[in-house]
Design a protein. Sequence first.
Length: 251
Amino acid sequence: MEKTSEQISIFQKGKPVYFISDAHLSFENGQIEDKLVNFLNSIIGKAGYLYILGDLFDFWLEYKHVVPSAYLKTLAALLKLKQAGVEIVYLPGNHDFWLGNYLHKQVGITLAGDQLEIDHHGKKIHLYHGDGLAYGDYGYRLLKKLFRFKPNIWLYKLMPVDWAYRLAHRTSGASREYTSKKPKDLRGYYDYAAEKIKSGCDAVIMGHTHVPEIKKLDNGLYINTGDWLDHFSYVVLENGEFKLEYYKEKE
């Protein structure tokens, strides 16, 4: 018997809320995808909500009739999670901001904007991937506007699909490598979170930095989910408490 939306809402009430980001899945990291899929399967029956805070994919180009072929196992695991009654919400990152309607139509994922405020377990939470917050990151902010300019997206999609994917793959990998070598200056992230906390949020959760952390700021928390390249980290909200966890497969 299918659950109605009202029944699902009751079913979810009080269940843990999970937050992940920055798996950067690509054609080359199948082992990471296998680990992520096992994690997604492990929270079936536990989670009420799953929030993906960007860069689940190292890049995502979506055409009317074409989507990436590399992520079938992940999409199947997300669909299985959705069919088990878990609500999944996806905020774009700087590697997967060209999301179309495919994930919503085929998997049932809710696609959110760049920022989102939610309430769970008595906590008001602000969500944001976090790209562009680092002080002095002016070049990236300009590139972000150019990449998200709709005429530029239209022009890029005129390229043959295989060429477009090959170029996106190389560019995305080079960008990630460059960012990983830069010194981690988190002041911009802390200051952004502090402002949101002053405005009434209990917690600000982000990704992007690949630095997993829960940090007390005034009367609230700055939280970063980390990544699935090195840390395999995620955040859980349960009974009003945030926990930073590291996924380890059972031996």
